[in-house]
Design a protein around this ligand. Structure first.
Ligand code: PLP
Length: 401
């Protein structure tokens, strides 16, 4: 007798909080992979990840460990040597004293989000996020039963938040800021970041600053939000949590290591949650991350390439008529207004992929309301790829519009 096919979705009582929207860039990547499996060539301007591997020196040091180290669990807060090295990094890079007990190593910045949200917020709390902004903030918050309060940003204020907008969104329990931002590349200057910190203190709002694109900036490097606070009196007040990762500057997306830096009390809560939720971040990846700190030349060469790519893409996009772009001060993205084409960006991205083999991310990922008018282009790939993609886009526009 044949067994009846199980219909899982009908059998299970599925939670409403798992009903989060897809991260659309992953869908574009899947469609691109499908085309590639049919022998088509795709130019990848959709992916938000370095095209380089982890630095060579770090890979060598991990290779040596594989035969000699048991690579068992580390403590939930991470390898002591790695926490120490991150602490040293704050001292060297930002002249900021962040103690080892203030640092928790996590499974990528993504792992930090869940732990931080759980440590700071209860279901029903209200947390503000900027639109356009990184979609996983709102998806994670929503899965945890926390309400997101979107605050729209636009070209009128160079995609930077104003205190008026924040005041209008009160009451709030938390605020998430990314600087540099994904997708706009906007950096919040030091004085404005300080205003945000003060505003959060005055209004008893926990502040989470995502600094994952630190190190990939093209002007004066921004200070860490933790450093700003350190220079001022910091007793009491709502938590300030800085999140960072080895995925971008350190070129280690798939290794899944990030970290949280905050005050000791919050770090201890996060560590306790991590004990149950993940036990520990991947050990081999933590060793790789530790060694990556000694690979500055290679990492800076990557940033030099992004700097050149940024000029190539801004020029190439302008030639194709895409000249209404967000600042692109840091990271490796251009957030481009495509509304003049009169085609919804999801359709546009699908057509570009199919018709000219250019993969780009529709804005809906980052801005639920106005995303149909925007495309995010990533320039993390090679200069040749960008040149060719911009040429194809320019031809497509001249043929179609
Ligand atoms: C702003 C921002 N934060 C966090 C992440 C996730 O990083 P991780 O790979 O460390 O989980 C990304 C990934 O693209 C990002 O753009």
């Amino acid at each position: 007798m044949t067994q009846p096919q199980l219909q899982f979705s009908q059998m299970a009582n599925l939670s409403t909080r798992s009903d989060v929207p897809p991260f659309y860039v992953m869908e574009v990547m899947r469609a691109a992979e499908q085309l590639e499996s049919q022998g088509r060539t795709v130019l990848h301007l959709e992916v938000g990840q370095p095209s380089t591997a982890a630095p060579a020196g770090a890979l060598q040091s991990v290779a040596a460990l594989l035969g000699t180290d048991r690579l068992g669990y580390t403590g939930a807060a991470g390898l002591p040597a790695l926490r120490q090295r991150i602490s040293q990094w704050y001292l060297d890079r930002y002249q900021t004293d962040v103690g080892v007990e203030q640092i928790v190593v996590t499974t990528g910045a993504s792992g930090s989000f869940v732990l931080t949200f759980l440590a700071l917020f209860d279901a029903g709390h209200r947390v503000a996020v900027f639109e356009p902004g990184y979609p996983c903030y709102r998806n994670d918050l929503s899965a945890l039963g926390i309400s997101t309060v979107p605050i729209p940003l636009g070209p009128e204020n160079d995609y930077r938040p104003s205190l008026d907008d924040l005041n209008a969104s009160l009451p709030l329990d938390g605020l998430i800021v990314a600087s540099p931002s994904n997708p706009t590349g906007t950096i919040i200057p030091e004085d404005q970041m300080w205003d945000l910190i003060l505003w959060c203190r005055e209004n008893d709002v926990a502040l989470i600053v995502d600094e994952i694109y630190h190190g990939i900036t093209y002007g004066e490097p921004p200070p860490s939000a933790l450093g700003l606070l350190e220079n001022e009196e910091k007793t009491g007040g709502p938590p300030l949590v800085v999140i960072n990762s080895f995925s971008k500057y350190f070129s280690m997306t798939g290794w899944r290591v990030g970290w949280v830096a905050t005050d000791q009390a919050v770090a201890a809560r996060i560590e306790r949650l991590a004990q149950s939720l993940t036990i520990a971040p991947p050990t081999v990846s933590q060793h790789c991350a530790l060694a990556a700190f000694d690979c500055t030349d290679e990492l800076e060469a990557n940033v030099d390439r992004y700097r050149e790519n940024r000029l190539i893409i801004l020029q190439g996009l302008a030639s194709a008529g895409f000249d209404r772009n967000a600042p692109a001060d840091g990271g490796f993205y251009v957030w481009s207004d495509v509304s003049h084409l009169g085609i919804d960006s999801q359709q546009l991205a699908a057509r570009w992929l199919e018709e000219i083999g250019v993969a780009a991310t529709p804005g809906i990922d980052f801005d639920v309301r106005r995303g149909g008018d925007f495309i995010r282009f990533s320039y993390a790939g090679s200069a040749d790829e960008l040149d060719t993609a911009c040429e194809r886009l320019a031809h497509w526009i001249s043929d179609e519009v």
